[in-house]
Design a protein. Structure first.
Length: 206
């Protein structure tokens, strides 16, 4: 039976959206010197890192590649400290690989390098389109908007995550090993467009 006619399903997920800072500028720089293969290889390595960790961990979905980052989906009750440990490890891996294989080929080093993250938790609608699972829901929108606003009021946004307040409040007891700060952000197309409360987490020391 074709899965195209499968009914929509409500699922509860933790959504992580991450982005590589200054990716467009970096790629344009590498293209000028015909070193764009370095960027391709970095992205291939990034995907392999995620696949390897997804195979080691359970209930962790590499949902979608966004061109310079990914949407990751975790089960509702996936331990928050394990998620942040994964993201911290990812930052360490990326910073090392980027510095060794990309930065030295750049004519101009960007002011901002590294990764930024947005995290929310909520209900998503799982639907099938062209025999592939797709997810829609507020938590994806919020996580994406949070990620996109990490750089606001941050001179060095790399290796930092913004967590929705309701998610952080429910998991904060397990995050005692991280530096966490209260924050406010105005998120486009979320709610009434007003300022929302959130929490900034440092995944690595500055």
């Amino acid at each position: 039976m074709s899965t195209e006619n499968s009914p929509a399903k409500i699922v509860n997920k933790v959504v992580v959206v991450f982005d590589i800072c200054s990716s467009t500028r970096i790629l344009e720089d590498l293209l000028q010197t015909e070193n764009h293969e370095k960027w391709k290889n970095l992205l291939i390595g990034l995907k392999k890192f995620l696949i390897d960790r997804a195979n080691d961990e359970k209930d962790f979905i590499i949902y979608k590649f966004l061109g310079d980052g990914y949407i990751l989906l975790f089960d509702w009750d996936y331990p928050a400290d394990d998620i942040l440990t994964l993201l911290s490890d990812l930052c360490v891996w990326f910073d090392d690989r980027y510095s060794r294989t990309v930065r030295r080929f750049l004519d101009s080093t960007p002011n901002v390098e590294g990764m930024t993250f947005g995290i929310d938790r909520g209900k998503l609608v799982r639907i099938t389109m062209q025999n592939k699972p797709e997810y829609v829901g507020r938590a994806i929108n919020v996580a994406a908007r949070l990620q996109g606003s990490v750089e606001i009021k941050n001179r060095n946004p790399s290796s930092k995550a913004l967590l929705s307040r309701h998610y952080y409040s429910s998991v904060k007891a397990s995050l005692s090993g991280y530096k966490v700060f209260s924050a406010k952000r105005k998120l486009r197309n979320v709610g009434n467009g007003g300022v929302i409360n959130c929490n900034k987490v440092l995944l690595k020391s500055d």
